[in-house]
Design a protein around this ligand. Structure first.
Ligand code: PRX
Length: 635
């Protein structure tokens, strides 16, 4: 039996029990047998959830790129590492072998060094889904610079906030990006952001669209000529297992985005191990995750997890709807995709199109289907299972978070029997529990509560950049000695978990985490707005969409409401990005408040979801009279 590759349910239970009973021995074996270390650890795990402080493989030395690239060169040099599929189906795809990836990452790493980047420096990567995105990420890791990838759909303000929070001195970007039929001026967005980022001294610009862009003298440099002149060899910086590998921002329910810090050794071991098992990846498979590298899914399961296993990972630049809604299935046929990993929102959008665009293509290569980012509803699950998987490719509904670094609760295909809408069983080494609101652990099955994790796992985020106190308060203060996920869940009669959704003010729209506070802050900047409250409501494609209740100042009342709505959405788009736009805006004279003045989102949430029969007791509100008016005017 191999601890590394689980193939039967019996094995799962056996290995799982071992990983809980003797976590240190278990992870030590996995780490020792399957990775390249320059020096072994002094201790496998030291932890204290009170501080909180977690160290995996303390004292070990390694470079993650040697694990993801160098060690494959002798056996897999000519194997495709990254398969790039461009936005335009008529443009040829690009097969980047492990040998080529080695050269390109090394060249890029040398360019970073020549431009003053060294170990520990932060580099912001704001690049569309083109090979340079993965290569820039790996190049940072090669020299020990901490990458902070920002999704290239974020606005200039959102980008600037992230650049400044982690004090990046370099930005890597491109002249533009292709998304479906549109070309987007990314460089223009960077220029605008950098007006408020005084510490950025260098911008490396990759060419993609060929658009003419402004290049600021002394700051902006075209990337390609630098790469052409750089050497193919760049010695890997030897990192400590606990040195930061990257920062990735995620929204919180309040305040500015949180820069989650992931470190090197544990993250590598866990993402590689989960990738191997959750996708049952075997040597000649072609694996495709449709996420963007700008999100954690892309970090862990487009770049690091697959490459650490010597896999072929597809990098797709485009969107599911261009040139038509058959694009995903055309790519599956074209590259004979074996494992396909996407989000429920995409599944729902594609299911809406009927089967004609699916039936056109040969999907027989598919072996495993994955879902991530939000709960998958029953209808979407069945469509995915029947129409795409033809009832032969198990669906892994993988529950995890930016903070967890890797999958936490998921079926292992062909091992764990699946159940629609259930993420099923904890992954090896993961010890979930459910808590009631009073802080008691709910034992046994058929219970529901707040989902916590009792024991450290190797890829957990170690802190929030620059704010360890916030890390402690957000994740380790709700329940003593436990990591609190912010999600609710139930455990069924056989111990399978089903995630029921967030229990805080984070709303998941199309699989993207959106905190209500930053959106409300953006709206409140509008001169006509007095105050606002955002809630989620069910949406058949996005899962949840945003409903804004807005109170206007006197000046706003005289304005055309349709124009105001457009201006407010434009403001949100500028401040955060188009993903945070409101689907519905209701202007209201007042918002329901507690006597201490706190807006009662619970009531607004119910009204937005049309659950007006069970609003609960509203008589204790400061202004109960506004509730009926809001109900009467609901959209
Ligand atoms: O609410 C859960 C939901 O997405 C949140 C994490 O979002 P993010 O950090 O952006 O990471 C998404 C990609 C890993 C979780 O707290 N979520 C994620 N996966 C699932 C899910 N909800 C239900 N089922 C899932 N499979």
């Amino acid at each position: 039996m191999s601890n590394y590759h689980i193939k039967h349910l019996e094995e799962y239970y056996q290995v799982y029990r071992k990983s809980v009973r003797e976590p240190e021995n278990f992870w030590e074996e996995v780490a020792e047998e399957h990775f390249l270390w320059r020096k072994k650890w002094d201790s496998v795990l030291e932890w204290d959830f009170k501080k909180p402080s977690v160290n995996w493989f303390k004292g070990a030395k390694l470079n993650i790129t040697e694990n993801c690239i160098d060690r494959h060169l002798t056996t897999r040099g000519n194997k495709t590492a990254i398969l790039f599929e461009p936005n335009n189906p008529d443009e040829p795809s690009e097969h980047i072998t492990y040998s080529e990836l080695y050269k390109r990452v090394n060249k890029f790493a040398n360019v970073l060094k020549e431009n003053g980047i060294k170990k520990g420096d932060r580099v912001c990567i704001y690049v569309p889904m083109i090979p340079e995105l993965a290569i820039a990420t790996l190049a940072c890791a090669r020299i020990g610079a901490i990458h902070s990838v920002v999704f290239a759909g974020f606005s200039a303000t959102a980008l600037a906030t992230r650049i400044n929070d982690s004090d990046c001195k370099m930005v890597i970007t491109s002249d533009g990006s292709f998304r479906g039929s549109k070309a987007i001026d990314l460089k223009g967005i960077v220029d605008e952001a950098l007006d408020s980022c005084p510490n950025v001294t260098t911008v490396l610009v990759a060419k993609r669209t060929g658009a003419e862009v402004f290049m600021k003298e002394g700051r902006d440099v075209w990337l390609q000529p630098l790469l052409d002149n750089a050497s193919n060899e760049c010695p890997a910086e030897i990192m400590d297992a606990e040195d930061p590998l990257f920062i990735l921002y995620t929204s919180g329910s309040t305040g500015k985005p949180k820069g989650m810090v992931h470190t090197t050794g544990g993250y590598m071991v866990y993402t590689a191990y989960t990738f191997k098992n959750a996708f049952q990846y075997t040597e000649n498979d072609v694996y495709w995750c449709t996420a963007d590298i700008g999100w954690i899914t892309g970090h862990s399961y487009i770049v690091y997890g697959p490459l650490a296993n010597g896999a072929t990972t597809v990098l797709f630049e485009g969107v599911p709807s261009y040139p038509d809604f058959g694009r995903f299935w055309q790519i599956v046929e074209k590259h004979k995709i074996n494992q396909f990993y996407t989000a429920p929102t995409a599944i729902r959008a594609l299911a809406k199109q009927g089967t004609e665009l699916v039936d056109k293509y040969d999907l027989s290569s598919l072996k495993v289907l994955g879902s991530v980012g939000e709960p998958i509803n029953e209808e979407a699950w069945h469509w995915y299972n029947d129409t795409i998987g033809k009832n032969k490719s198990p669906i892994i509904d993988t529950w995890w978070q930016t903070e967890t670094g890797g999958m936490m609760i998921t079926p292992i295909p062909f091992v764990t029997p699946t159940k629609p809408t259930y993420a099923t069983l904890p992954f090896i080494g993961v010890q979930p529990c459910l808590m009631d609101e009073e802080g008691n652990e709910l034992k046994g099955n058929q219970v529901s509560g707040r989902l916590c994790i009792k024991f450290p796992w190797p890829s957990m985020a170690r802190t929030i950049w620059g704010n360890h106190q916030r890390y402690k308060e957000t994740y380790f203060s709700a329940y003593e000695n436990k990591y609190f996920t912010g999600d609710g869940a139930l455990r069924d009669e056989v111990g399978y978990y089903r995630i029921t959704g967030r229990v805080d003010d984070v709303i998941i729209v199309s699989g993207h985490n959106l905190g209500t506070a930053p959106i409300e802050d953006a709206i409140n900047e509008h001169p006509a707005v007095s105050e606002s409250a955002i809630v989620g409501f069910p949406h058949d494609i996005k899962g949840s969409a945003l409903y804004g209740y807005i109170t206007l100042k006197g000046v706003g009342e005289s304005r055309n409401h349709d124009n105001l709505k457009k201006e407010i959405n434009q403001l949100i788009s500028d401040r955060i990005g188009p993903i945070a736009k409101l689907d519905k805006i209701q202007f209201s004279e007042g918002l329901p408040k507690t006597r201490s003045g706190k807006i009662m989102r619970r009531i607004l949430r119910k009204i937005a979801s049309n659950e007006i029969d069970n609003l609960g007791d509203v008589s204790t509100l400061l202004n109960p009279e506004c509730v009926q008016k809001i109900i009467d005017n609901r959209l």
